[in-house]
Design a protein around this ligand. Structure first.
Ligand code: SAM
Ligand code: SF4
Length: 325
């Protein structure tokens, strides 16, 4: 069985949000005061996560990415990783890096294959303004620990923002190349809780590349498959940089992702307006076939694209932190 939609896209990439809570308050994601958190008993238990993941693996999922909110906030995150890795699929994580200093080695031992760390700036004051928390040293220690634990290739993600960190793109690439990691820049998407996204404040991919080309020779690396990033070798390699043009050159046509929120809702797109609730089946005595039917139905209803920029586009009610980025 496989998860194929009306456009022939085969879904193999499952993103599971482990929590909606976070240790940071990035301005493009959460308001200063946070958002109303999900009820504690509404969050999927580790048994439930494992069951949903197993059903999805039975439907052809080959990649499981853990995200949030901040996945490392979840107390039993190492156990979650161990149980999902035991399903025999590739398990990875996107994290803000806080707590990674202590958790990188145990996560690696538990079977985590890859880790992406989000870091938008290397300047401590700027980091404190941007995330509303003075915790850059912890993120840097987390990156060191991830490298020491053998996570390779290590990818670092930054959202490029005009007037905030767009003067730092070259520095971020130099930092990443210097430690043997890959820097990836993401166009800012309309997924902030405050609904303040403004196209003008977004730094588009072509501008990111123009700025980088002032300093580096960039050689395109082809064959991105279902990866959202276009990649370039930096000064002939081996270092490389990725750009994720989610807004100006969406990768919807090759999208193979489905998402499960921390409270057990299946979403077929970051920007979906509808979700399918797995909890009544999970907690009401339903079967694995019932769960599979919900996931299959969600994929079947997937739209061709997110439609940002089209006149009818409406931002989803949930912010990125509650969907699972
Ligand atoms: N807390 C973890 C982190 O920051 O990596 C995982 C969750 S976070 C929602 C996942 C990724 O989404 C991060 O790389 C973050 O920068 C990105 N992100 C959040 N809001 C975004 C937005 N409005 N536009 C583009 N990327 C965004
Ligand atoms: Fe937290 Fe990640 Fe959102 Fe920043 S982007 S507030 S670290 S969930």
């Amino acid at each position: 069985m496989s998860l194929v939609d009306d456009f022939g896209r085969v879904h193999r990439d499952l993103r599971i949000s482990l929590t909606d809570k976070c240790s940071l308050r990035c301005t493009y994601c959460m308001p200063a005061e946070g958002v109303p958190w999900l009820e504690r008993d509404g969050i999927l238990t580790t048994d439930e996560i494992e069951r949903v993941a197993r059903v999805c693996v039975g439907l052809g999922v080959t990649e499981i990415r853990l995200t949030g909110g901040e996945p490392l906030i979840r107390r039993d995150v190492v156990d979650v990783v161990a149980r999902l890795a035991a399903l025999g699929r590739h398990v990875s994580m996107t994290t803000n890096g806080i707590r990674l200093a202590e958790l990188a080695a145990p996560l690696r031992d538990a079977g985590l294959a890859r880790v992406n760390v989000s870091i938008d700036t290397l300047d401590r004051d700027r980091f404190a303004r941007l995330t509303r928390r003075d915790r850059l040293p912890e993120v840097l220690a987390g990156i060191d620990a991830a490298l020491a634990a053998g996570f390779e290739p290590l990818k670092l993600n930054a959202v490029a923002m005009r007037g905030v960190n767009d003067d730092e793109l070259v520095d971020l690439v130099e930092f990443a190349v210097g430690i043997g990691a890959q820097m990836r820049f993401i166009e800012q998407m309309p997924l902030d809780a405050g609904h303040t996204w403004d196209r003008g404040a977004m730094v588009p991919a072509d501008e990111i590349l123009r700025r980088l080309r002032h300093r580096f020779e960039l050689t395109p690396v082809g064959g991105r498959g279902s990866s959202p990033a276009d990649t370039w070798l930096v000064d002939g390699g081996p270092g490389s940089v990725g750009v994720i043009a989610s807004v100006t050159a969406p990768f919807c046509a090759a999208c193979d992702r489905i998402r499960v929120t921390a409270d057990g809702h299946v979403r077929n797109c970051l920007f979906a307006r509808e979700e399918s609730d797995l909890v009544p089946v999970l907690r009401g005595g339903g079967s694995d076939d019932d769960l599979a039917a919900i996931v299959t139905g969600s994929v079947a209803a997937k739209k061709a694209g997110h439609g940002i920029g089209s006149p009818g586009f409406v931002q989803p009610d949930r912010p990125m932190s509650a969907i699972g980025g």
